[in-house]
Design a protein around this ligand. Structure first.
Ligand SMILES: Nc1nc2c(ncn2[C@@H]2O[C@H](COP(=O)(O)OP(=O)(O)OP(=O)(O)O)[C@@H](O)[C@H]2O)c(=O)[nH]1
Ligand SMILES: [Mg+2]
Length: 222
């Protein structure tokens, strides 16, 4: 097992984050590497989804994963074992990553030859929504047990996301979770976001997610 590199990333307080993010996005576009910012609450299933995604795509695409956490490196070892080039980022207590921190991570990961890089952002539905990291797409996960009212409580996260993945659909029935009500609540905030229900455990809905990724990577490289 390859030892995971752990990088302490620091916020750049002087730079204009939006400008830094736009420059990073343009550079990644030139290089043909698509970056996805994956955001959610703690425990909603980011690492489990990434592991299942790698199982489906690692033979087809070269995939990197940057795991951002306040501490620990367990998620980086997990995704590495599923075929990702992986790195662990520690945020020094910060609850989000900005573009400068993301760029530091990408430099240390080494993106040459990678088609797709996932940034597993720090688990929470508030601060990561406020910062453009330079990613091509923002994808959020809401797990069914969290409840269909979350777009009302954390509106910005739902507003900025291109795709809302609804995870743990295999257990939705035990939580009085309504996909219809969730869709209504997302639409109040974001008329354009795609919504895909799935379960990384049973594989339900995974094909639609994998097809979405394939199409987005192809469009990014076109
Ligand atoms: N039933 C069910 N459980 C799931 C599913 N996906 C993840 N889990 C479980 O949910 C728990 C948390 O999953 P993780 O993948 O670690 O979640 P995470 O979002 O990466 O968590 P943090 O990195 O700590 O924020 C684990 O016990 C998983 O087994 C799913 O589709 N169905
Ligand atoms: Mg995780």
């Amino acid at each position: 097992m390859e030892k995971i590199k752990v990088i302490e990333v620091k916020e750049n307080v002087l730079a204009n984050n939006d400008r830094a993010a736009a420059a990073l996005r343009a550079k990644l576009h030139d290089e043909g590497t698509m970056l996805i910012n994956l955001m959610s609450s703690p425990g909603s299933g980011k690492t489990t989804l990434l592991s299942a995604t790698l199982d489906a795509l690692a033979d087809e695409l070269a995939i990197g994963v940057m795991e951002a956490d306040v501490d620990s490196d367990v998620d980086a070892y997990t995704v590495q074992s599923h075929g990702a080039k992986a790195i662990q980022l520690h945020t020094g207590g910060m609850c989000h990553l900005d573009a400068a921190m993301t760029e530091q991570g990408l430099r240390n990961l080494g993106t040459e030859g990678l088609d797709l890089v996932f940034l597993e952002n720090v688990g929470n539905l508030i601060c990561p929504a406020e910062f453009d990291t330079g990613a091509a797409k923002k994808v959020m996960i809401l797990s069914a047990p969290e409840g269909h009212d979350k777009p009302l409580k954390y509106p910005l996260m739902f507003e900025v996301s291109d795709l809302v993945l609804v995870s743990k659909m295999d257990v939705a029935q035990y939580f009085d979770f309504s996909l219809e009500k969730l869709t209504e609540n997302v639409r109040l905030r974001n008329p354009h976001a795609q919504i895909l229900p799935l379960s990384a455990k049973t594989g339900e809905g995974m094909d639609a997610w994998i097809d979405w990724l394939r199409a987005e990577v192809a469009a990014w490289k076109a």
